[in-house]
Ligand binder design. Sequence first.
Ligand code: HEC
Ligand code: HEC
Length: 295
Amino acid sequence: MTDDNKKTEHKKEIDDVSGVETTGHEWDGLKELNNPLPRWWLWVFYACIIWSVWYWVVYPTWPTLSGNTKGTSGYTQFKELKKNQAEIVLRQKAYLDRFEKASFEEILNDKELYAFAMAGGKSFFKDNCATCHGTGAQGAKGYPNLNDDDWLWGGKLEDIKQTITYGIRADHDETRVSQMPAFGKDEMLSIEEVNDVVDYVISLSSADKSTIHEKGAVIFAEQCAMCHGDDARGDSFFGAPNLSDAIWLYGGDKETVIESVHSGRGGLMPSWQGRLDENTIRELSVYIHQLGGGE
Ligand code: HEC
Ligand code: HEC
């Protein structure tokens, strides 16, 4: 290092072409000129120094043992957040006041309220419902698709609202309770009878009508029709699915249908009363209703 310094001191010279002194640094014959810093650059540099001192004084900057310097402005990001949130609440309030008083019918017929409900519903759905029903509300095995027109518990706005508010087989006094009995496990039907009625049920939604499942049809009329309906089109009073269409909650292959009839079914949808407020539940109801082309 000291050797280097000595070398550079000796080599200081004036460049022939520009007439500027060199710094004495030289690489492969290229010499560095010792030009002064451009004036504009220096001014920007000084301005930055002054600005940073001002920033230290005005804003919270330096960490201290007990936290950080607070700055004279009292600025914090929490305060900013609160301010922004207050602004949003205020903006929403203009709609919420009207939304709160409007009936479902009025909401559907009011462009502004409808758009408000849809936007709110969509975002609340993502936060609360997508975990089970899927981000696109497409559902999964045991979790109903909410985009189709096939409703377990009814697709009217009031039905949907009731489902969301009280849940299904949930921890709430007014929850929807009925469930699919375990006909095999509880020995209400023999293995053979389960097999017969399952063949009959599958034939209802199958294109192949060549085999007539007479025994199964009789069992169905005796054991199943009271919930699923004489025509097997389901009954939203019991949350009993339509068994005559190709839409299945748990699956329409023989093994899965046997499982449904043998062991019973009872999907659990949580109750949202107390966790989401009334307006939120109503926004969600409108959103779901529109998704599924509700009744
Ligand atoms: C823990 C999982 C879970 C979460 C979270 C959940 N659901 Fe459900 N949901 C279910 C299950 C399971 C069913 C089907 C219950 C049954 O078998 O009858 C269901 C049924 C429904 C139904 C009835 C569908 C029909 O065909 O009648 C609606 C409407 C519904 N959910 C809306 C929502 C909304 C809105 C949210 C968010 C606030 C939500 N769900 C959150 C599990 C969930
Ligand atoms: C007490 C009313 C009740 C009776 C009686 C009943 N079911 Fe059900 N069944 C239901 C309910 C409710 C569900 C939906 C369970 C759920 O959502 O988790 C269901 C679901 C099913 C499913 C699943 C459908 C799917 O989409 O995956 C099949 C299959 C079925 N039932 C067949 C039958 C057959 C066959 C019988 C007669 C042997 C019968 N059920 C009798 C109430 C009933």
